[in-house]
Design a protein around this ligand. Structure first.
Ligand code: F6R
Length: 612
């Protein structure tokens, strides 16, 4: 969702901010803008559409300011247009602001300000906030910093903001509550951004701002205080991110780069944690929590979208290996119920971005009920990673394509490690099984590479089905969440309607849809439900459905029954999703490309969903 980039230092701010906004494009947005302090004037330039539209509009302009703020907006209050785009001015045009999040009580504040003569140009909640700050400054005569704090004490909702003033050259004020904000600390320069991707090129020293903190850069110094003026010493962390991980590196899209990165990202998720030869499995983040997990009467898993699908895979893993009752919940539903949390329950929150508003709220709710929360996140230092009691990072590296691919397999890998470690501690798997699983896990990256050998076959199938209007994905057991994930991948990037179902459920309704125009993707690997899946395939073929089957290498039965097969290597049943999902990612990608879709930034979607 919305993206923030701001800079103060000795470089020209505009090109730097523009580049940063492009790095944040993956988050999803519909307009962009910058404010630059040129001489003693704040000049705002903004435009509906892509950052490149803003760039074209400003081409040839001599913009030499060394301080500025920039934004990509994902519309919430007011349609996407030039006026509603950020930054916004205050009433006297001496202040400007960029904002991520939602100010929930903006309407009542606006009413008061209108009575005082403030004139608003946009429909946004953000413009209200910057007018409010100016009003407080006028009323109290306080410093800008105090006015920002007083305003933030009055607002409800979520925000990450950066404020720039024409009266304070060299000063930027930033604050956060519920929306991420990272500060890059360079030699004589400072960077502010929604995540580290716009910053990593210039410095690896960063400070993650906490909720209710206000950061002020003034006279080349960074000062952080909370809303009650208590100062905190900035904790500077080193970014581990490398620049090449956020660039396409010769691929047409981030999504295909990230699909092909999976042998490495899965290996990275296990690195330093697993060594099959020594029967070694240890996750640093589990230290002190493994006994709690092993003693848990119930595990509640919360997440959204693809992360929720990874949770469904984990349900099978924990039940099968560790014999623990698991419930998997959409975070958005969980947070608005009054869920029963018992003393020995563990909540596992799964999130790639670590910023998903619903997942964060579910964590806070579970925490308030006394649960122990374990996080499985990809983005280091993210809000969810910091809100949980303990956790394990997935180490998939930055995922830029909006459709989640390598994050899913990394989540499943880490959850598999946790389930095996818990089962070992609990004594619910024997030594032989333990060693076998570790050895098989270590071989998964190589097997994913083998799946890629089928890429051109998958492309041919994609070509045949490019203009299909619907798809059904069916799987059983561990392949059921994979069917859901395959359907989600297809719909989000190709805009083809797709449904995932447990294969046995087909008879209870969806079978009515089957005819010669309905492509049905079966997850039909050789596992404990193989015979059942074979029967389900027959039921679809009897109604002339066109079947694409994902089968285990060497299968001789299914290829004779279906229209198309894609083979995956044989693997222990428990690890099946790590392989069976790969052809589905590729199929979606190729179909979307053939339909001419914007694969990395599909319409209406945001990479991290920071509003509920
Ligand atoms: C699908 C996708 C989304 C996310 C969901 C949760 O490809 O990317 O469904 O999985 O928005 O996001 P995180 O994992 O960042 O909490």
């Amino acid at each position: 969702m919305c993206g923030i980039v701001a800079y103060v230092g000795y470089r020209e701010a505009f090109p730097l901010i523009l580049k940063g906004l492009k790095r944040l494009e993956y988050r999803g947005y519909d307009s962009s803008g910058v404010a630059l302090l040129e001489g003693d004037k704040l000049n705002i330039y903004k435009k509906k559409g892509k950052v490149s539209d803003l760039e074209s509009e400003l081409a040839g302009k001599h913009l030499t300011a060394t301080i500025g703020i920039g934004h990509t907006r994902w519309a919430t209050h007011g349609e996407p247009n030039d006026v509603n785009a950020h930054p916004h001015y205050s009433n006297n045009r001496r202040l400007s602001i960029i904002h991520n999040g939602i100010i929930e009580n903006y309407a009542s504040i606006k009413q008061n300000l209108v009575k005082k003569g403030h004139v608003f140009l946009s429909d946004t909640d953000t413009e209200v906030l910057v007018h409010f700050i100016e009003d407080i400054q006028n009323e109290t005569g306080d410093t800008l910093e105090s006015a920002v704090k007083l305003a933030l004490k009055e607002v409800f909702g979520a925000y990450a903001i950066v404020v720039m003033s024409a009266d304070h050259p060299g000063q930027l004020i930033a604050a956060r509550k519920g929306s991420p904000l990272v500060i890059g600390v360079g030699g004589d320069e400072f960077f502010f951004a929604s995540d580290a991707t716009p910053i990593v090129e210039y410095t690896k020293d960063v400070v993650y701002l906490d909720d209710y903190e206000v950061a002020v850069v003034k006279d080349g110094k960074l000062n952080i205080q909370n809303l009650d003026n208590t100062e905190t010493i900035p904790y500077i962390q080193k970014l581990e991110m490398e620049l090449e991980t956020i660039e396409k590196g010769g691929y047409d899209h981030f999504m295909i780069k990230e699909i092909f990165e999976q042998p490495r990202s899965i290996a990275d998720s296990m690195r330093g944690r697993l060594n099959a030869a020594d029967a070694h499995l240890q996750l640093g983040g589990l230290n002190g929590y493994l006994d709690k997990l092993a003693a848990a009467e119930r595990i509640v898993i919360v997440g959204c979208g693809t992360s929720w699908h990874a949770g469904l895979v984990a349900e099978y893993l924990f039940e099968e290996l560790a014999r623990i009752n698991v419930e998997v919940e959409y975070a958005s539903e969980f947070r608005y119920r009054n869920p029963v949390i018992r003393k020995n329950d563990i909540v596992i929150a799964i999130s790639q971005s670590g910023e998903t508003a619903d997942t964060l709220a579910a964590i806070e709710l579970a925490k308030s009920k006394g649960a122990t929360i374990f996080g499985v996140c990809n983005v280091v230092g993210s809000s969810i990673a910091r809100a949980t009691h303990a956790g394990a990072y997935t180490h998939a590296g930055p995922e830029i394509g909006v459709a989640s691919t390598k994050a899913f397999t990394a989540q499943v890998t880490v959850l598999t490690l946790i389930a095996i470690a818990t089962a070992k501690r609990k004594g619910t798997i024997n030594e032989e099984m333990y060693r076998q699983l570790l050895a098989e896990l270590e071989n998964v990256p190589q097997k994913v590479n083998e799946v890629f050998e089928n890429a051109s076959r998958i492309k041919e199938i994609a070509f045949i089905f490019t203009y299909a209007r619907n798809f059904i994905y069916l799987g059983r057991g561990l392949n059921f969440p994979v069917a859901l994930e395959g359907a989600l991948k297809l719909k989000e990037i190709s805009y083809i309607h797709a449904e995932g179902y447990p294969a046995a459920e087909m008879k209870h309704g969806p079978i009515a849809l089957i005819d010669e125009d309905m492509p049905v993707v079966f997850l039909a690997t050789k596992d404990s439900s193989y015979e059942k899946i074979v029967s389900n395939i027959q039921e679809v073929k009897a109604r002339k459905g066109r079947v694409i089957a994902i089968v285990t290498e060497g299968d001789t039965l299914i290829p004779g029954m279906v229209d198309f097969v894609i083979e995956v290597p044989k693997v222990h049943e428990i690890l099946t999703p790590l392989l069976s999902v790969i052809p589905l990612q590729l199929l979606s990608y190729y179909i979307a490309v053939m339909r001419g879709r914007n694969v990395d930034q599909p319409r209406n979607l945001a990479k991290s969903v920071t509003v509920e």
